[in-house]
Unconditional design. Structure first.
Length: 223
């Protein structure tokens, strides 16, 4: 059985550009929940990508819906691919990477495996996955879904969510949360140059961060 839902409204380009200024690891200093599992790793290094989540459910060995999704995704979309627990088949390879590049897809994350990493890198389409597998899905024409809520990397993702992905990981945000998350992240990133300068000048990290006060207070309680 196949389920095909309409494409979501895309996140405003201005919001995505603001989000792209943020490092996922900076957001990880003040948020916990919206991060995909760190086992999903970047195939291409040195990229920071934002896009609108377009979701794909690709169960087992049937890659039919993966081909449909590539054919219908828009420039700037970020494919979020739920493999429904499959830990054997690669649903993405060199030809899909070529098709994704031609479609202008921003990137993709697979809760499972891919293949043809050399060809994926040659196409320069950023993607994240669990790693490589030589066993591929087939066009079985059995089942799959497009633009339905999915689970990827332990996170529930709905079509239209905003995605931020870099080498440190992947963050999933509702568009309404982008502005305040960006403001907090940029404030923290803005303080890093002074922190670096202080450390190079000989100041101690535990005193700069307040960790020293916390440890001394805890030790005093134990006395």
């Amino acid at each position: 059985m196949f389920t095909v839902k309409p494409l979501p409204a895309q996140v405003a380009p201005a919001q995505l550009e603001k989000l792209k200024q943020c490092e996922t690891a900076t957001i990880g200093h003040f948020l916990h929940a919206p991060f995909m599992h760190p086992s999903l790793r970047a195939v291409l290094g040195g990229r920071r990508i934002t896009g609108t989540a377009v979701t794909v459910l690709v169960p087992g060995g049937d890659g039919t819906m993966m081909h449909w999704a590539i054919g219908h995704a828009r420039p700037g979309d970020f494919l979020v691919i739920d493999r429904a627990g499959d830990r054997r088949h690669a649903c993405w390879g060199g030809i899909l990477a070529v098709a994704a590049k031609a479609a202008g897809i921003a990137g993709a994350v697979i809760d499972g495996y891919a293949t043809d990493f050399e060809e994926i890198r040659a196409q320069d389409v950023p993607m994240w996955c669990l790693g490589p597998s030589p066993i591929t899905t087939k066009l079985l024409g059995l089942e799959g879904a497009f633009n339905v809520p999915v689970s990827c990397g332990g996170v529930s993702v709905s079509p239209g969510h905003a995605i931020l992905a870099d080498e440190s990981g992947i963050v999933v945000l509702h568009p309404k949360d982008i502005d305040w998350v960006v403001a907090e992240a940029l404030k923290r990133q803005g303080g890093e140059p002074q922190r670096v300068a202080d450390l190079r000048a000989g100041k101690k990290l535990h005193e700069l961060t307040g960790a020293g006060d916390k440890v001394r207070a805890a030790l005093a309680k134990d006395e």
